[in-house]
Design a protein. Structure first.
Length: 285
């Protein structure tokens, strides 16, 4: 019955045939994928420490810092989040189109998506997002029937869970930080940990470069042994991904993703959001 109620949702905006694709959304998905590719190229080009710290690799030239800043302001987590929003909206659209057997179809889709992500993480790159989307996507149908206000509140709460979970993990479950909490901040272990993970520690940098020189067989073997660990790590991304998917459902309900907003309204929203986000990003950078 709950599923049937959710299926009654119909998107606002101009009428479209239920089987017609929204070409603009397909184009937007393509744009989101291209943005994700930019960050993948960035991380594959250098040791992992340089992904967050442009000074970690060869002291960071001016061009390195410029590319890092541009990526941080305009690309990092923006396109991945955009793709998650479109993923959420897409699921809501499929639910609204046809309710007959949708639960089984949806679960089957998410299982297939998870398996594709798992294969991708072993054979191609272990920074796949598909497993995280599949996990979050399984939960999404339970939310789509709620109002936009409830969904936005839920998204904010999920973001809070994501941030709080990260702080708890870093401050409670990490053996290293459990030790740090009992030591003065001037302890060399703190600086060593930072240098190994975000700095230019020679051994850590060498380890990252060495992984880049593995043979295909060595890489696959290492990734297979780490499937449980990477799956648990991916599970921790569910609140963040689900939060973005809920926003996508809201934008679909409001008509922003179904052609219901004028260009003027979209531009005004763009300016307002930029005024909120860009100053915060500058401070973080």
């Amino acid at each position: 019955m709950l599923w049937a109620a959710r299926c009654l949702i119909q998107p606002p905006g101009p009428h479209r045939h239920q089987n017609a694709r929204i070409v603009e959304l397909d184009a937007l998905r393509g744009l989101a994928v291209l943005g994700i590719v930019l960050m993948n190229v960035y991380v594959f080009a250098m040791p992992q420490q340089a992904y967050l710290n442009p000074m970690a690799w060869e002291d960071g030239s001016l061009s390195d810092k410029t590319v890092w800043a541009f990526s941080f302001f305009f690309v990092e987590d923006k396109f991945r989040t955009l793709f998650a929003m479109l993923f959420g909206a897409g699921i809501a659209m499929m639910i609204a189109k046809n309710c007959s057997g949708q639960w089984k179809r949806h679960v089957a889709r998410m299982i297939v998506l998870f398996l594709i992500g798992l294969i991708h993480s072993v054979l191609l790159a272990n920074n796949d997002i598909l497993r995280g989307y599949a996990m979050a996507g399984l939960l999404l149908p339970f939310f789509v029937r709620f109002s936009a206000k409830v969904l936005l509140t839920g998204s904010a709460l999920l973001m809070a869970v994501h941030l709080a979970g990260g702080l708890v993990f870093m401050g409670g479950f990490s053996p290293y930080l459990e030790q740090v909490q009992q030591l003065p901040s001037t302890n060399p272990a703190i600086a060593r940990f930072a240098e190994q993970n975000y700095g230019s520690d020679p051994a850590a940098i060498a380890g990252s470069l060495q992984r880049g020189e593995e043979s295909f067989g060595e890489r696959v073997e290492r990734r297979i042994t780490r499937i449980p660990a990477t799956t648990i790590f991916t599970l921790s991304s569910v609140p963040l991904n689900l939060a973005a998917m809920l926003v996508g459902v809201v934008l679909w309900k409001w008509g922003a993703l179904s052609g219901g907003w004028t260009s003027s309204r979209l531009r005004k929203a763009e300016v307002r959001l930029a005024l909120i986000s860009l100053p915060a990003l500058i401070v973080l950078a």
